[in-house]
Ligand binder design. Structure first.
Ligand code: ADP
Length: 481
């Protein structure tokens, strides 16, 4: 046990344990074993981090954009040098396939940080107007001050980067609170950046949501919040932020429809609604997972056959092994929740395939949190498995006949994060793009989140996006000559 590595917070450029000395266990979801320990931070640590970020703000925000850009490019270099290590740590922590983490936590993030470096200029660009011959108007873009980033466990380094990188590009300083289930990669990133960034510009404080997250979002020194996580927690944070009137960005849950019409390329659609959407390498633990698969009745049996054939080829197992195509569920708590939904589904709907979990699925790793790709079929979109976010490799097929019916079912959800449409009919494509209540619509493709496009949701899926301009506010200026 003494060999278990212990990680530390990054506060004001220093690596430090929680002030209480308490630690949380980090469990490898493929084995169920404790493999690292992380600080169980509380209000005192959060106060110290916000205070460090507040002290660092004047100098950081006063830097010319090109100087901030230079620092962010150095962060990109850290990913080039240490990307493989960060990707492996993240795989041990959250079970996502190493192959995928090379892009989302490893070398692939260098691309993101170089892009954030380019955005520093956009963040200082205002505009001017001639109001009348002797009066000029202009806008100044200004950073908020200290930004709080509350991030989830499914892509810790990528989420930390998208919030901290863009907030810092705009001249803010940042306190990141990663999720207790998987924060080692982010804490290690903090170690690597301690000497790269000026002290206090980026601070990282791990801990439980109510103990570390809540004091952070309630802190008077925090001037903007960006949170990615569940809708329930997002609503709690939104309520907490109301007391200080702190503006916030929320990227929350989803119950996304993936709609297949009879005229679609069914081979492409079958992959698009399975491995590219919900039976993913990280076992469907994706906010945009297409968990409701709407299939036009005339191609229902063909689609079910195709989906089952694809699912039967999925290899569950060690996420470090390149032969594996689906890893475990992140934690015991999440595993209990997903397996409970398997029971709910078996009671209220018909099982098409899958449904097994635990050591039966991956006997070589009996302590891991395994759930096999599972598909239900139901005719009633009001069922729990059609309305509640499961966050695992569990989908439900809902057959439909007409376009109107598909649209009604697709929008009959409290969420509005993503939607997929598979068809060759151009008029139908445009109608669905217009009428789907969703922040993202993907046509004949799925799960396309691109840096070039905004990413966010509507309804219970949140509002705002992590965009460099959202980390600035505009001041209006009038000059009389
Ligand atoms: P999940 O339900 O998927 O575990 P959450 O939305 O609860 O995800 O967690 C996302 C992030 O929000 C995590 O970093 C978590 O610690 C944090 N969090 C949880 N509760 C609170 C809270 N009351 N205030 C601030 N942050 C919180």
């Amino acid at each position: 046990m003494s060999e278990t590595p212990e990680y530390r917070n990054l506060i004001g450029g220093e690596l430090c344990p929680a002030s209480s000395g308490r630690l949380l266990d980090s469990v490898n979801p493929a084995t169920g074993e404790v493999w690292a320990r992380v600080p169980a931070s509380d209000r005192d640590d959060v106060d110290a981090a916000v205070s460090a970020a507040t002290s660092a703000f004047p100098a950081w925000s006063a830097l010319p954009a090109s100087a901030r850009s230079h620092y962010l490019k150095q962060v990109a270099q850290v990913f080039i040098a240490h990307g493989e290590e960060l990707a492996r740590l993240e795989t041990l922590d959250n079970g996502r396939l190493l192959e995928e983490n090379r892009g989302r936590a490893g070398m692939g993030m260098a691309f993101f940080w170089n892009r954030a470096a380019e955005m520093t200029l956009e963040a200082v660009r205002g505009h001017s107007v001639v109001l009348d011959p002797t009066t000029f108007g202009l806008t100044r873009r200004e950073p908020y001050g200290v930004v709080a980033g509350i991030i989830p466990w499914n892509a810790p380094v990528a989420m930390c980067s998208s919030k901290a990188g863009l907030a810092m590009a705009a001249g803010n300083t940042v306190v990141v609170k990663p999720a207790e289930q998987a924060c080692v990669s982010v804490l290690r990133l903090g170690e690597l950046l301690a000497d790269v960034l000026p002290p206090g510009v980026l601070n990282i404080v791990s801990g439980l949501g109510p103990e570390a997250g809540e004091p952070l979002v309630r802190h008077h020194g925090v001037k903007k919040i960006s949170m990615t996580g569940s809708s329930a927690t997002g609503k709690l944070i939104h309520r907490a932020a109301a007391d200080t009137l702190t503006p916030a960005i929320f990227e929350l849950g989803g119950k996304s429809p993936n709609i297949v019409f009879a005229d679609a390329d069914l081979e492409a659609a079958a992959a698009g609604v399975t491995t590219e959407s919900i039976f993913t390498g990280n076992a469907g633990q994706v906010c945009v997972a297409g968990s409701r698969i709407l299939v036009q009745r005339s191609v229902l049996s063909e689609m079910l056959e195709r989906m089952e054939a694809i699912a039967s080829g999925i290899v569950l197992g060690d996420p470090l092994d390149p032969r594996t195509t689906m890893g475990p569920i992140v934690s015991e708590g999440q595993y209990d929740s997903v397996t409970n939904y398997l029971e709910v589904g078996k009671k209220e709907a018909e099982l098409v395939f899958g449904g097994r979990h635990g050591a039966d699925v991956v006997p070589e790793f009996p302590g891991g949190y395994w759930v096999e790709p599972t598909l239900f079929i139901a005719n009633d979109n009001s069922l729990r498995i059609c309305q509640e976010e499961i966050f695992g490799p569990v989908a439900v097929v809902i057959p439909f006949d007409t376009d109107d019916e598909a649209l009604t079912i697709a929008n009959d959800t409290s969420y509005g994060l993503a939607a997929g449409v598979w068809t060759r009919d151009l008029s139908r494509i445009h109608r669905f793009i217009r009428d789907l209540e969703s922040g993202n619509v993907w046509v004949n493709v799925y799960r396309q989140t691109r840096y070039e496009l905004p990413f966010g949701g509507v309804k219970d899926s949140g509002f705002g996006h992590d965009d460099v301009l959202e980390f600035t506010r505009e001041k209006a200026v009038v000059i009389a000559t």
